[in-house]
Design a protein around this ligand. Structure first.
Ligand code: PGA
Length: 257
């Protein structure tokens, strides 16, 4: 059965001290939870600068450490970039890829993401691949088409064994950081669609085992409705992941639903 996951995306927030406090608080709070890690996962995606120090204070058997991005090259003359092997060497075992902020502000395309995804898999990093439509696309009812091409152009180039290693995060861009969450029905509809196209490509069993997260203004006040939907396997959490109580509450809600 597919894993249910709550993943926190800290984005460009916290300095090293406050980031360490946050990571310690999360790790401390999760201690009291009887977490069956075959079924449930808790991930935090911190800034690059914090990864090593955070790796030293979290209980890695319960909290998985992720980067928010990796370079699209292995190494060399790429000033300012951070490679997959670098983040691996400081304790990260996962990475976000193609977050909408990377696509919008840093020009990440399907081509770049195809390279990054291959590199992540080559380094045995768990890729959390983000997709989602912008408001105009939703209003023009193009969201299915947009999400399909984002998946088609990157994930469907993988062979089935590699595809099975990927987590998908559907994040409607109009819901990210806006407080305007997708309704459970809206989110379920598109998650079911994603599972359907995965099934058409790789078969029903692979689709059933693919973890698909929802992201965009997800918080303890709306998570139960979302997480109880059959095709929503958890959340990619921005703002609420900066508050340890809320973040752990989201894990508890995920475990209950
Ligand atoms: P948000 O961000 O929860 O603050 O909307 C989600 C994300 O961008 O991953």
């Amino acid at each position: 059965m597919r894993k249910k996951i709550v993943a926190g995306n800290w984005k460009m927030n916290t300095d090293l001290n406050s980031g360490l406090e946050l990571a310690k608080a999360v790790s401390e709070k999760v201690k009291s939870i009887d977490l069956d890690t075959n079924k449930f996962g808790l991930i935090i995606a911190t800034p690059f600068t914090h990864l090593y120090a955070v790796s030293q204070v979290i209980d890695s058997s319960k909290v998985q450490l992720s980067a928010q991005n990796i370079a699209d090259n292995e190494k060399g003359a790429f000033t300012g970039e951070t490679s997959a092997s670098m983040i691996k060497s400081v304790g990260a075992t996962a990475t976000l890829l193609g977050h909408s902020e990377r696509r919008a502000f840093y020009g990440e395309t399907s081509e770049t993401l195809t390279k990054k995804l291959k590199i992540a898999l080559d380094h045995n990093l768990l890729p959390i691949f983000c997709i989602g439509e912008v408001l105009e696309e939703r209003e023009a009812e193009k969201h299915f088409e947009v999400v399909k091409s984002q998946i088609d152009e990157v994930l469907f180039n993988l062979d089935v064994d590699d595809f099975k290693k990927v987590i998908i995060a559907y994040e409607p861009v109009w819901a990210i950081g806006t407080g305007k969450v997708a309704s459970p029905e809206q989110a379920q509809e598109i998650h079911a669609f994603i599972r359907k196209i995965v099934s058409e490509k790789f078969g029903a069993e692979v689709a059933e085992n693919t973890t698909i997260l929802y992201g965009g203004s997800c918080s303890p006040s709306n998570a139960a409705g979302l997480f109880s939907q059959p095709d929503i396997d958890g959340g990619l959490i921005g703002g609420a992941s900066l508050k340890p109580d809320d973040f752990i509450e989201l894990l508890k809600i995920r475990m209950q639903e």
